[in-house]
Design a protein around this ligand. Sequence first.
Ligand SMILES: [Zn+2]
Length: 195
Amino acid sequence: MAKVSIGLRGWRFDEREVFTGDGEFRPLDEVPDDARQRLLRLIDLVEEPCDACYLVYGEGEKRRCNQATIVYGEPLEEVVLCDDHEADFLYWYREAGGKQYRGEAEFRDAFHEWFADGGRAPEGYAGLDHVETDPDALPDPPDPKEVQERIEAEAEFEGRRIDLHEYGDGDEGAREDGEDLDLDAVDLDTDYPTR
Ligand SMILES: [Zn+2]
């Protein structure tokens, strides 16, 4: 199955999970949870400065930071980097103990701490093993406004479905206990995993 990056290099998506055959973004409720979470997160991340640049320049000189082109880690604990700083990150991950934080909540903080303490890849560190991709050639994440509208439309749809569910059960009229169906009795968990 073809894997594709969206917006930033790094995170990879199953093309068929995220796009329709026509190359349009699938409605979010059709996208598996993991991919959906990353997709929504990318909408914010494509605007972010590189974490390492930000540590160097800070908020006061934010305009000197390069925009992020690559993302590593789990959503919300991710590290975003520019091309110049990717080698530092890879060095930290592979050679300076970063790997132990894989999947951990401390992932980003641990990298930031190492970098802020002066951690850098040695000159000429050639750790890059990804296929060079022009970030400009990557598909953009979905339009935030469109996503917002879809989320609202879905919420409305869910609301209607609950109503229909209630009417539907009432119409059967054959509930042996004869009690009116109240919302507490509607099994919402079927559609909403609780963990
Ligand atoms: Zn940078």
